[in-house]
Design a protein around this ligand. Structure first.
Ligand code: ZN
Length: 424
């Protein structure tokens, strides 16, 4: 696999090489043709198509053609749409043997199986691509999925994040060297922590100069940058030319307008992350970074997050993508964030879908590969029992999952439990 990839890289330009790394080689039968019938189809860009058929050949979509046949999968009566993209999921985060939060996990067999289970639950919940920002353990998981050893979503990872610690984070040159090291380790993007946890106040932990160095070096290497930022760090990361702001809590409208002007993506979290902490409080409290005081602050943060999403949706031109910050306890429940965004953040249901489809793909620099139902794109197709435009809780009822032309899930509607994907 590695040898074949290396050979392919020698004969191809860099971009094709990277593409080979990202797209799964879990290959469907070559030339295999599949026709899917849909009565309601979202194209991923905000349009609804009625009574059509999607033709898939190998791993790609070749056409939408109402006259195509014979039909292999009859998904009429459901809502058919592109597989979702979660811009922020910590796929290896697990609960340990004692049931407590074990963070990004270790490398024991149990930890590895749990990470593989997270990948499976995420795929079954309709997420065909995720971005993990990041853990070194993501790399073998990503590569095992690409190699077809285990099923899971396409994973893009930051490997080891750059954690801001003021002057201790290093000089701009040292920060540039750190960014290059992540690229060499196999990172698809660079994750930067420019603020403390919001539970500790959210103060800025990198200077403007340090942020400039990190995001500029990544750009030179052709890598995107995701910046964990609250309050004033949002503006600093935007001015540094970083690609995407994670969280963004307590950003002002002026900060958000600057992001819109500069084309900086925003990935806020309307609810799932904090709801999950509160749901699993006993398993988090006392583990690294989770104190009683931090839990007390969470209710307040939750309302600040609702308020941020409400304001962000009103800023013209601001590109808001879908990301959950999924950690232990929320893998497979990623779609709950759609419900939070619509119910508590005032997001239009179709805008919520697009944020995890074509806009999410564009933010990954993969808009020509995933996120839409269109010819030449990867055949990542899911179906929901219900119409999320009328009832957003339909996102919990994923009954069909195809990724790269392979069907991983196709179940009777009655087989979906009321609250799918809850982890043991
Ligand atoms: Zn995170």
């Amino acid at each position: 696999m590695r040898f074949a990839k290396t050979v392919a890289c020698i004969f191809s330009v860099l971009s094709v090489c990277l593409l080979g790394q990202r797209i799964s080689s879990q290959t469907p039968v070559a030339g295999n043709r599949i026709v899917i019938a849909a009565s309601t189809l979202f194209d991923g860009k905000g349009h609804v198509l009625r009574d059509t058929r999607v033709v898939v050949s190998g791993s790609k979509i070749v056409a939408t053609d109402a006259k195509a046949g014979p039909v292999d999968y009859d998904l009429r009566g459901l809502t058919v749409l592109p597989g979702w993209i979660d811009a922020h999921a910590h796929i290896t985060w697990i609960f340990g043997k004692d049931g407590k939060n074990a963070g990004m996990g270790g490398t024991s067999q149990e930890d590895t199986y749990k990470a593989a289970s997270n990948a499976w639950l995420t795929l079954m919940a309709g997420f065909t691509t995720i971005q993990s920002p990041g853990s070194p353990n993501d790399i073998p998981l990503r590569d095992s999925i690409v190699a077809g050893i285990i099923p899971g979503p396409r994973i893009l990872t930051a490997a080891e994040p750059l954690i801001g610690r003021g002057a201790q984070s290093g000089t701009p040159d040292e920060i540039r060297a750190y960014v290059r090291k992540q690229k060499e380790a196999g990172a698809d993007l660079i994750k930067i922590f420019a603020s403390q946890s919001i539970r500790q106040g959210g103060g800025m932990t990198l200077s403007q100069e340090q942020l400039n160095a990190a995001c500029d070096e990544a750009k030179k290497l052709g890598l995107r940058t995701l910046v964990h930022a609250y309050k004033e760090a949002v503006r600093a990361a935007t001015l540094a030319g970083c690609t995407e702001i994670e969280h963004g809590t307590m950003a002002t409208d002026e900060d958000l307008k600057l992001m819109a002007e500069k084309g900086t993506y925003l990935d806020p979290q309307a609810g799932l992350i904090i709801e999950n902490y509160l749901l699993h409080k006993g398993q988090y409290i006392g583990t690294s970074g989770y104190t009683a005081e931090g839990f007390e602050a969470m209710e307040k943060v939750l309302s600040l997050n609702h308020e941020l999403v409400q304001r962000a949706t009103k800023i013209p031109g601001l590109k808001v993508v879908f990301g959950t910050d999924a950690v232990a306890g929320s893998h497979g429940r990623n779609a709950e964030e759609f419900i939070d965004r619509v119910r508590d953040g005032g997001v239009e249901p179709m805008a919520a879908m697009v944020s995890a489809n074509s806009l999410g793909a564009e933010a990954l620099g993969m808009g020509d590969q995933i996120g839409s139902i269109a010819p030449d794109l990867q055949a990542d197709i899911i179906a929901l029992d219900g119409d999320p435009l009328k009832d957003i809780t339909a996102v919990r009822r994923v009954v069909f999952v195809m990724k790269g032309g392979i069907v991983y899930k196709n179940v009777a509607r009655t087989a979906i439990p009321a609250y799918a994907g809850v982890q043991p």
